[in-house]
Design a protein. Structure first.
Length: 225
């Protein structure tokens, strides 16, 4: 399995993978990733992340439960996107959706086709491992940011080991179901899930790269040579 040894290589290689091979990931590797990612920084060293990992039978049971309640969505406990998204964020969000569906030749009019692709979120895109990240309800934006750093650290460590990931806010509308399944404490809320496994290199959905806005759109530098 290819190993990506520098951080730059891992950053370049990482992408949201939306088709995985079914091959299992050893529990020891998953544990190592979860533990090593906790070297991520956090304000005041609060380490506010709480992680739950599922594979094998528990993951199969979870997926079966979700399949039986797929239309039974909850009101998300947080805004996944700000209401009335403004420019240029609005266009960026639209563009990534269009690029994704274009990679699969699913046109705008094919609402069912797009829905079917979206519904693959519920299967963790075929990944053999599912992670969930929850946070204490009293935590605010700084701690959510800490959890983001934790997740990115884990994603890059996964790439180093030849694995891939897709973070999933999709799960925010199944907060109650996940709360019950994972027996999360009442004072915790779900942030997101994450699919983890081996990339299917042949899948068209993995064969494109999301765009990035040009540097000058979002950064300035002053006082340099
Ligand atoms: C917190 C978070 C939640 C996300 N939720 C989803 C999701 O539910 N489903 C999905 O297909 N992609 C999801 N994504 C992936 C983003 O769409 C993706 O990161 C973005 O388009 C940039 O593409 P890249 O990750 O391939 O570089 C999520 C990413 C993040 C960071």
């Amino acid at each position: 399995m290819t190993q990506y040894r520098t951080v730059s290589e891992a950053v370049q290689r990482r992408m949201s993978v939306r088709a995985f091979k079914p091959d299992p990931v050893p529990g020891a590797v998953v544990r190592e990733l979860i533990e090593a990612a906790a070297r991520a920084p956090s304000g005041g060293n609060l380490q506010p992340w709480v992680v739950h990992a599922l594979s094998g039978q528990p993951l199969a049971e979870f997926k079966a439960l979700v399949a039986s309640r797929l239309m039974d969505r909850d009101e998300p406990e947080y805004h996944v996107y700000p209401p009335n998204l403004w420019e240029p964020l609005r266009t960026r969000r639209y563009q990534v959706g269009e690029d994704l569906y274009a990679s699969l030749d699913i046109p705008r009019e094919d609402k069912l086709g797009r829905l079917q692709q979206f519904a693959k979120n519920a299967e963790f895109f075929g990944a053999p491992v599912a992670l969930f990240f929850s946070v204490h309800r009293d935590c605010g934006p700084p701690q959510w940011s800490d959890i983001g750093m934790y997740i990115q650290t884990l994603m890059l460590l996964a790439v180093e080991r030849g694995l891939d990931t897709c973070a999933q806010e999709f799960w925010s509308v199944y907060g109650k179901l996940i709360h019950g399944f994972l027996e999360l404490p009442q004072d915790h809320m779900l942030f997101c899930g994450l699919a983890l496994g081996w990339r299917d290199e042949d899948a068209a959905v993995n064969g494109w790269s999301s765009r990035r806005a040009p540097f000058d759109e979002w950064a300035t530098m002053r006082g340099f040579d």
